[in-house]
Write a protein that binds this ligand. Sequence first.
Ligand code: NAD
Length: 438
Amino acid sequence: MRIAMIGTGYVGLVSGACFADFGHRVACVDKDASKIDGLNDGVMPIWEPGLEALVKANVERKRLSFTTDVAEAVRDAEAVFIAVGTPARRGDGHADLTFVFEAVRELAPAMKPGTVVVTKSTVPVGTGDRIEAILKEEGVTDVSVASNPEFLREGAAIADFKHPDRIVVGAEDDRAQDVMREIYRPLFLNRAPILITGRRTAELTKYAANAFLAVKISFINEIADLCEAVDADVQDVARGIGLDNRIGAKFLHAGPGYGGSCFPKDTLALLQTADEAGVDQRIVRTTVEVNDDRKQAMVERVSRALGGELAGKRVAILGLAFKPNTDDMREAPSIPLVEGLIERGASVAAFDPVAREQAEKVLSGVEFADDAYAAADGADALVIVTEWDEFRALDLERIAASLRGKILVDLRNVYDRTDAEEAGLTYYGIGRGRPRNA
Ligand code: NAD
């Protein structure tokens, strides 16, 4: 199949490279010329494990190309995927569809008759209908629009794309269904379930999935707070409930609250859709509140560990990206934490294995260290914010020796209390009881 991918960000680039790897011919388009120039020189715009090699291999096979020219990419395509950003609109949290509609207007004049237009971006219910209307307005007579929401996780994006739990396709006509089945045939042969639904249903499925996962995270975070108050261990509670197949162990890790480019904006957008439909979604609304409060509360947690005073203290932060294996800083819990610490008079030294460049764009007043030990040097407390693998096996005695304050605030429950205490640290985890040596 010949495919055009409009938007070459996390989703567009990974999807484009994987489709090319399946054997399709993919032209990836982005309006950001520096991204396209970089890709044509073999430079990845994002940090994602395995991506560079996958892109390189498929460029060499001449199945994957990059351009800023929409018309050139779309001209021969049997399917055009839209994978542009749909950020939360300032003020009301509605999904901002400006980029999506702009892309549709740009691609319409170049499309050959019968091309299927597919939204891979996360878009509110009814967006497919609006795209259909725009295409007609732009003079496209033979219109076919499908929804194909993406469920990949940054940091494991290629594996997720190639081994999905399911593929959801919302298509109202046979042609769209046939084209989508053909595109995903390699996965279908691998027995990945393909779920064909109505277009509106597919659009909503993506929001329902993200909202449910956000609920799960916020649920265990609240249970963690309760564990702290009653001296129970949330790790064991999570395991105790997660082994129940009806519940499942994933997304039951207590922590500093969810961030990233999806959950925060998608939960808000779902609430907007619900408002417009006149249907209250109390669980999701509360989840958003619980998570916002939690992210803000992490400053107070660090302050408590430091005896209630942050002014003049030096805090070392390990991990800035919103999760490991990515350099994505969007809505990262590290942002309100670092800002809050600095606002309350602390100085911050931070280390992240890959997100420094992105972090420098959104955080000011931070001293960036070259590794975990350098960050810890002379600090009053060390705070683990993102659970990168390399933070799981730190030499705790060396950390304790470097620190001035011997305090470890482990917002990801990476360490065992006993190990930390034996190394001479006072350990504050999440939902795991009180320090024994405070
Ligand atoms: P991104 O910001 O990384 O990439 C979007 C790209 O689209 C940018 O490079 C931008 O320059 C480009 N673009 C915007 N308008 C364009 C136009 N008219 N023509 C060509 N290029 C254009 O965004 P992302 O993280 O890849 O997310 C894209 C969509 O996928 C969003 O709707 C998001 O919610 C959804 N999604 C993201 C993830 C994820 O993990 N990041 C997972 C599933 C779904």
